[in-house]
Design a protein around this ligand. Structure first.
Ligand code: FE
Length: 287
């Protein structure tokens, strides 16, 4: 018996843009600025993955953030985080760092390896206007502390946020109700995975191993590797069918429907608030 009776279709497929950030880390910006309103409450998704140290070794030296949350999910490799609130942590294979920038902090994210693969994601999740200047917060969630569930089809789901198949994730948020799943299909083809989603949640899937199909009624549309499928806001969930060993992240959240004003690492609601953020940073108020 399927819980998803009307599944979402694909609105568009997105390739992402190759770019550099930090001190010269090569990455793919999958969720770009022009999708911020469509995918509200998410502001950005970067995918990084390389076994060439030159692509990642420069890292992300000290820089500020204000007004939102950064969620970093490491698939492979090790990164050392330090911030102005005195937090320090080693982010590694399968772990998540969930940082609430709130009114502002300064941090660095530097590779703690000189060779080998570095792979993962960084997602930016907006904060509601009333919480943008909240106390900064930080959580390092080690891989073993991320709840997992295996479905009857043998799909391993790592529940970073929200809930899936009765398993509550590591993080919950009241206003944006984010769902962040790493969906790992078995080594046999055509396994299915379904996830219920309120149709008001904006949602997307990004494939980082193999490939899958989004099954929508009688139709199925392929999402190749390194593509993001923006899902239509319809029905009561999404149904995926994958090749063997496919892995994808499924992300959904309740939109805030508030104005978005961004200047680099600051995301507020108005231009005046951005000017204030720059002033506060220059005045040393972000650590
Ligand atoms: Fe950062």
């Amino acid at each position: 018996m399927s819980a998803v009776t009307h599944s979402r279709g694909i609105e568009r497929l997105v390739k992402g843009q190759d770019t550099q950030d930090g001190a010269g880390v090569r990455l793919t910006r999958v969720l770009t600025h022009d999708l911020q309103t469509r995918l509200d409450p998410f502001l950005m998704l970067d995918a990084f993955g390389s076994d060439k140290p030159d692509d990642y070794i420069a890292g992300f030296p000290n820089h500020p953030h204000r007004g939102f949350e950064t969620v970093t999910y490491m698939i492979a490799g090790r990164m050392r985080h330090k911030d102005s609130a005195g937090n320090e942590g080693l982010l590694q294979n399968g772990g998540v760092q969930w940082m609430t920038a709130g009114r502002g902090l300064t941090h660095s994210e530097m590779p703690e390896q000189e060779e080998g693969a570095m792979e993962g994601f960084q997602l930016w999740l907006n904060l509601p206007a009333k919480n943008k200047l909240c106390e900064p917060g930080y959580r390092d969630i080690q891989s073993q502390d991320i709840p997992e569930v295996v479905t009857a089809d043998g799909v391993l789901v790592r529940v970073i946020a929200g809930e899936s198949h009765g398993t509550r994730g590591a993080v919950q948020r009241d206003h944006t109700k984010p769902i962040f799943l790493d969906v790992q299909f078995p080594n046999t083809p055509n396994a299915m995975f379904e996830q219920t989603l309120p149709n008001t949640h904006n949602a997307f899937v990004y494939v980082y191993r193999g490939s899958l199909e989004v099954v929508h009624g009688e139709n199925a549309t392929t999402v190749p590797i390194q593509r993001m499928a923006v899902l239509r806001n319809e029905g009561n969930g999404v149904v995926l069918r994958a090749k063997a060993n496919t892995r994808a992240i499924l992300i959904a959240g309740q939109p805030l429907k508030e104005p978005i004003a961004q200047h680099g690492p600051f995301v507020m609601n108005t231009r005046e608030e951005l000017i204030q953020a720059v002033d506060d940073f220059r005045a040393g108020l972000m650590g």
